[in-house]
Design a protein. Structure first.
Length: 162
């Protein structure tokens, strides 16, 4: 927790560790965005905070650092949400658009399955501030949600919140 203030920084590094995009924000200013058009490749997203006093003329050394590797694919938009608050751990989440979420309906009817899949995605994306839903499989009596880090959770449809 920062008493007088802090600045939040987000930077993007390419495979050669060169900074290709950077943005500094006032602490608590979570409405700003770092928008960069980057060629398809893997990038490291880095976030950190630097405490300061008064008007933030001089900054303390970086703290609350977190990083995540993100792949940018050709002809696709990649959105990343960075949560950097001094009272909670830093989080970097890749936002996967619905059009890129893999849905498996198996033997179920498609319209009903898609409604359930969208609800599951919303439920689990809301609960996780560091993982995004990458795939949803809906079957009779249950579901499996797979996240962008490869972890998965399965449940019984009769007991779920869907």
């Amino acid at each position: 927790m920062f008493i007088e203030g802090a600045r939040s920084f987000v930077l993007v590094r390419n495979a050669d560790k060169e900074v290709v995009a950077e943005r500094g924000l006032d602490y608590g200013d979570n409405e700003r965005a770092l928008i960069s058009e980057l060629p398809a490749a893997s990038y490291e997203i880095v976030s950190y905070l630097q405490g300061c006093s008064g008007s933030c003329q001089s900054l303390d050394p970086p703290t609350e650092r977190c990083a995540r590797t993100v792949s940018v694919r050709p002809a696709e938009r990649t959105r990343v949400k960075v949560t950097a608050q001094g009272d909670r751990p830093c989080r970097i989440k890749v936002i996967i658009p619905w059009s890129q979420v893999r849905v498996n309906c198996g033997e179920l009817r498609r319209p009903g399955c898609l409604v359930a899949a969208k609800r599951l995605r919303k439920l689990f994306d809301t609960r996780n501030d560091h993982k995004s839903v990458a795939a949803v499989a809906v079957r009779r009596g249950g579901y499996t949600v797979t996240f962008d880090d490869g972890t998965a959770i399965s449940g019984d449809a009769a007991r779920s919140e869907v």
